[in-house]
Design a protein around this ligand. Structure first.
Ligand SMILES: [Zn+2]
Length: 82
């Protein structure tokens, strides 16, 4: 089998897999593939870590308070202190 082509196909399903939106059949073939393919396992790990980091960032306030303070001051929004 063309291993490279197979990997590309598997990687194409990864984001759905991580989101839990992949069909059970495709999940199974992906997991089978991951057992045999170090390259794709690395891709999955990297992707999961990236997503975890992204979620952690999303939980924080999107704008640091200092930046927000300056922004409000510049906009003359004097109700910032409330
Ligand atoms: Zn692979």
């Amino acid at each position: 089998m063309n291993q490279k082509g197979h990997c590309a196909e598997m990687i194409g399903t990864l984001s759905d897999y991580i989101d839990g939106e992949l069909s059970p059949e495709l999940c199974q073939s992906l997991e089978e593939h991951l057992k045999d393919c170090q390259d794709c396992r690395v891709v999955v790990d990297t992707m999961k870590k990236t997503i975890e980091l992204y979620k952690m960032e999303a939980d924080k306030e999107s704008i640091p308070s200092k930046v927000k303070e300056r922004l409000f001051a510049r906009l003359n929004l004097d109700d910032f202190e409330k």
